[in-house]
Ligand binder design. Structure first.
Ligand code: DAH
Length: 380
């Protein structure tokens, strides 16, 4: 774009050359009488031209149209230029006058054009401002910030309880080798216990962990004793989705290794955990079970926090609700992780996080936890 103030200068230079060109042809004109006529003709033509330009400016309803007028009248190939070309037919003594007239006409058209442009631009600006006006009385747009997931709330609650008992929170990898997920947990190849966990194998030796128990091995291998840790995390099993199953869910693993740890420590710790999580009145019950990596092993039930143990829909009439698996760490497991079972003993436990969340918030379908529907999540 040529800056505005340069335009008139350019036009003057243009006029000068056209004028020079015309003067050069000074002697090639026809008779003087004719030239006199030409002068009047040109005057009239300029008048008409100006009138037409002003009419078109007046009729323009868009900036593009005004631009067309500018090009059509004032441009290099415009009307005014073609009038100038007729200058050769004007008597030399009249030429300055006509030249001046041409310039005046140009200036007048230009002035009106500039004014029309400014007016139109102002109107456009005003229309835009009107359109963009902000109604401060309208209610503000709500920022959806989401809500903490029941799993997260339950996990933080479990973490809070164990941190309060001096436990450290650690994490393990979601992709494990067969060794950490099975072998080092005393589940050798071909052991039927492997069949209970339909596993997603990635390639030969690598798999998506089916349990967080592998974190026990990672922790023990660090060689720092004693250990008092919990390890929350995601686990994967090739399960069909239903109200109580999902191919991906969460567990919280627990491990304590120290000298003189006994089953009494396990019971005391987990009973205290249950009371903190479900209320002071909560009773616990240990049922013998089998896990390869603990001996003895148990499943822990809590007295139903809904009916207090008398039996209801929630506990399916039994008065008890199963919440975790646990046991004393198997000597084989300790040995494989280079810990002497004669010197150190320990207990371990595994809690299903979704199970805790479903129980605590009385949600009866696990699928709701994975839909991330804000209307559902907002309730907790
Ligand atoms: N890993 C077990 C499971 O996925 C849960 C479990 C049971 C973990 C007993 C433990 C434990 O650490 O001692 O079913």
């Amino acid at each position: 774009m040529v800056p505005r103030f340069i335009r008139p200068i350019c036009l003057r230079i243009w006029d000068f050359f056209v004028w020079k060109n015309v003067s050069g042809q000074r002697n090639s004109g026809t008779g003087t009488g004719k030239k006199e006529e030409r002068k009047d003709d040109m005057k009239e033509k300029l008048e008409q031209l100006k009138a037409e330009a002003l009419r078109q400016i007046e009729a323009s309803d868009a900036l593009e149209k005004l631009n067309e007028v500018r090009v059509g009248f004032l441009g290099k190939k415009g009307e005014l230029t073609s009038v100038l070309k007729g200058m050769k037919d004007v008597a030399p003594e009249d030429r300055p006058k006509i030249g001046q007239l041409v310039n005046e006409t140009r200036e007048q058209i230009e002035k009106v054009l500039e004014e029309a442009i400014a007016k139109m631009e102002k109107a456009a600006r005003e229309a835009q401002m009107k359109a963009e006006v902000i109604d401060v009385t309208l209610p503000a747009k709500k920022n959806e910030v989401g809500h903490r997931h029941p799993n997260t709330i339950a996990m933080e609650e479990v973490e809070r309880i164990f941190i309060g008992m001096g436990y450290e929170v650690v994490e393990g990898p979601e992709i494990e080798t067969d060794y950490y997920n099975f072998e080092a947990l005393n589940i050798p190849a071909d052991h039927p216990a492997k069949d209970e966990q339909d596993t997603f194998y990635i390639s030969g030796d690598f798999l998506l962990r089916t349990q967080t128990s592998g974190t026990q091995v990672h922790e023990m291998e660090k060689g720092k004793l004693p250990i008092r840790m919990i390890a929350p995390g995601r686990v994967f099993r090739s399960d069909e989705v239903d109200a109580t199953h999902s191919p991906s869910f969460h567990q919280i693993e627990g491990l304590v290794i120290d000298k003189h740890i006994t089953l009494a420590d396990l019971k005391g710790t987990l009973a205290e955990f249950a009371r903190e999580l479900f209320g002071e009145e909560t009773k616990v019950k240990f049922r013998p079970h089998h896990f390869n990596f603990t001996e003895p092993s148990a499943e822990m039930d809590v007295s139903c926090f809904k009916c207090g143990g008398s039996g209801c829909r929630f506990c399916k009439g039994s008065g008890w609700i199963e919440i975790l698996g646990c046991g004393m760490v198997h000597p084989n497991v300790l040995r494989m992780s280079k810990i002497d079972p004669e010197e150190y003993t320990g207990f371990a436990f595994g809690i299903g996080l979704e199970r805790i969340a479903l129980l605590k918030y009385e949600i009866d379908d696990m699928r709701l936890l994975y839909e991330n529907d804000i209307r559902f999540l907002k309730q907790f």
